[in-house]
Design a protein around this ligand. Structure first.
Ligand SMILES: C[S@@+](CC[C@H](N)C(=O)[O-])C[C@H]1O[C@@H](n2cnc3c(N)ncnc32)[C@H](O)[C@@H]1O
Length: 243
């Protein structure tokens, strides 16, 4: 008979080991919020933070990756692009300038646009979305739990013919790179939120499973589905075209 104190000790050790694995290998998705999810900075600070995010997308090649996908889809002057979780619309302003198309954004904050872009306040997982040809969704997916992400993709299938979803990958390599090379250049809030975002993000395998489930549940036939992970796991891009 094993004494209960020994069992309790083994239990505690197992929990400690699990916590260390989680901290180092990011084995489980963090169930926590970012500073920006829980605070309401004044308008000028918020504008500065969204601007910083836009600069970061440029440095990291996220903006280029989205523009490449859109031009591969033939987005042009006749098209309408919807940005889901668009912040203050900086990416939409760039898309409009480069591609000459109409643009509209959706964000749960519904802040007035800093870029003269129309932004609708809506929860992308629950509310009806504006009609568009293509939706883009950049570093927003990790804000949603798996059910909400699945619901958001089904929601997009009802209002758009295609989706380009770009997000972070939960992996120790991008976390280490972010801490060493990116965080020191950022504001305090983004330096902290960036690390939380990577810990909240989906692994490539989790993302693939959620997207496959969503495309089945939506019931709309899929013409094309692609999921790519960039070198060093710095981003993952899902592209869906519905028939
Ligand atoms: C990390 S920011 C990214 C903003 C912008 N896409 C960018 O890359 O600069 C995530 C954005 O998603 C928005 N968001 C979070 N949950 C949302 C939801 N359920 N529906 C719509 N927007 C949401 C937040 O308000 C925030 O502006």
């Amino acid at each position: 008979m094993i004494p209960t104190w020994l069992l309790r000790d083994a239990d505690r050790r197992q929990q400690e080991l699990r916590a260390w694995k989680q901290r180092l290998l990011l084995t489980e998705r963090l169930d926590g919020l970012e500073i920006l999810d829980t605070t309401e900075p004044d308008a000028a600070t918020l504008r500065g933070l969204y601007r910083e995010l836009d600069t970061l997308h440029r440095w990291l090649g996220n903006r280029k990756a989205v523009l490449r996908e859109l031009s591969g889809m033939g987005v042009g002057a006749q098209s309408r692009v919807l940005d889901i979780g668009c912040g203050q619309g900086a990416l939409l302003a760039t898309i409009r300038k480069r591609m000459g198309c109409a643009v509209v954004g959706v964000d749960i904050r519904g802040e007035c646009a800093a870029e003269s872009v129309t932004i609708v306040r809506a929860d992308a997982a629950r509310d009806a979305l504006p009609q568009a040809d293509v939706a883009v969704c950049v570093v927003m997916a990790h804000h949603l739990d798996p059910d909400a992400l699945e619901a958001m993709i089904c929601n997009v299938a009802r209002s758009c013919d295609a989706l380009v979803l770009l997000d972070l990958v939960r992996h120790p390599v991008p976390l280490a790179l972010f801490r060493a090379f990116v965080a020191p250049l950022l504001s305090r809030i983004h330096a902290a939120d960036g690390q939380t975002s990577i810990r909240r993000a989906y692994t490539a395998r989790e993302m693939k499973a959620i997207v496959e489930r969503a495309t089945k549940v939506s019931g709309r036939p899929v013409k094309m589905l692609r999921h790519r992970v960039a070198p060093m796991w710095v981003r993952q891009v899902v592209m869906i075209r519905w028939g």
